[in-house]
Design a protein around this ligand. Sequence first.
Ligand code: B12
Length: 215
Amino acid sequence: MHDDLLSAMRQSIIDGDPDRAVELARRGLTLGIAPLDAINRGYVPGLDYVGDHFGKGEMFLPDLVMAGEAMKAATGVLEPELQKAGARREILGTVVLGTVKGDIHEIGKTLVSTMLSASGFAVDDLGVDVPFETFATRAREIGADIVGVSALLTTTMTGQRNVVESLERHGLRPRVKIIVGGAPVTRAWAEEIGADGYGEDAVAAVAAAKALVGK
Ligand code: B12
C-alpha cells in the first residue's frame, strides 16, 4: 500500500529536495500513512542509498548535506505528529540525550528524542557535538534516570566509552543507566563499553529505556 508515495519519499532524499520531501510528508499524513512508516519505509531508504553511494565515492559531500537537509525538512513535518501521542501522560523517567563530541549527525538522535517523549519520557536533548563530561553534569543537575548517547561515525563511537567513564567518575553509576545507538553501534559494542542498553532504531530505543526504568 502507498508504495508509489513511499518510493517518491525515498527519491526526494536522493535528489536532496527539501520542498518535495515536505510536500510528500504532508500528502502522507493526509492519506493516513503512520509518520514512523513514512520515516522508516520512505525517507530512511533514501538516506541509506545516499550513504552507500557516498561510501563508494559515487556521491559527494554536497549530496550528503542536501539529503540531510531534505530529511530534516520531512521530519519537521512528521515529528510533531509523533509527539502528539505523548501528550498528557505520566512521566516514565528522565533522559539526557545527545550526539557525542566530534559528531554532528542529528537526525537519528532527534528521532529517538521524539519517540522517547512521545512514549512518556521527559527528554533533555543536548544536541550534537556534546562534550563527554556534559552528559554527566547535566544528568546530575536534573536527576536523570537515563543518559542516551548517539554516534554515527566509527571514529566517534569510541566517545561513548568516554561518556560511560565520565558518569562513573561523577559517581552516578550504576544509578543512572546508559543507552547507546547510532548506525555503527552494535549490542556487542554496548556490552563492551559497559552501557546498560542498546537500540538499533528509535522504537528499540524506547523499549530499552522502558526496560531500564522497569516499565
Ligand atoms: C545525513 C548524513 C550526514 C549529514 C548529517 C545531517 C544531520 N543534520 O544530521 C552530514 C552531511 C552533516 C554528514 C556529515 C558527515 N558524514 Co554522514 N551520513 C549521513 C547519512 C547519509 C544518514 C544518517 C542518518 O541521518 N540516518 C537516518 C537516521 C534515522 O538513522 P540513524 O542516524 O542511524 O539513527 C537511528 C539509529 O541508529 C538509532 N539511534 C541513533 N542514535 C541513537 C541513540 C540512542 C541512545 C539509541 C538507543 C539509538 C539511536 O535510532 C535512530 C532512529 O531510528 C549516513 C549514512 C547512513 N545510512 O547512516 C552518513 C554517514 C554516517 N556519514 C559518514 C561520513 C563519513 C560523514 C563525514 C565524515 C563526511 C565528510 N567527509 O565530511 C561527515 C562527518 C561530520 C561530523 N563530524 O559528524 C559515514 C560514516 C562512515 C563511518 N563508518 O564512520 C556514513 C555511514 C556514510 C558512508 N557510507 O560513508 N553526514
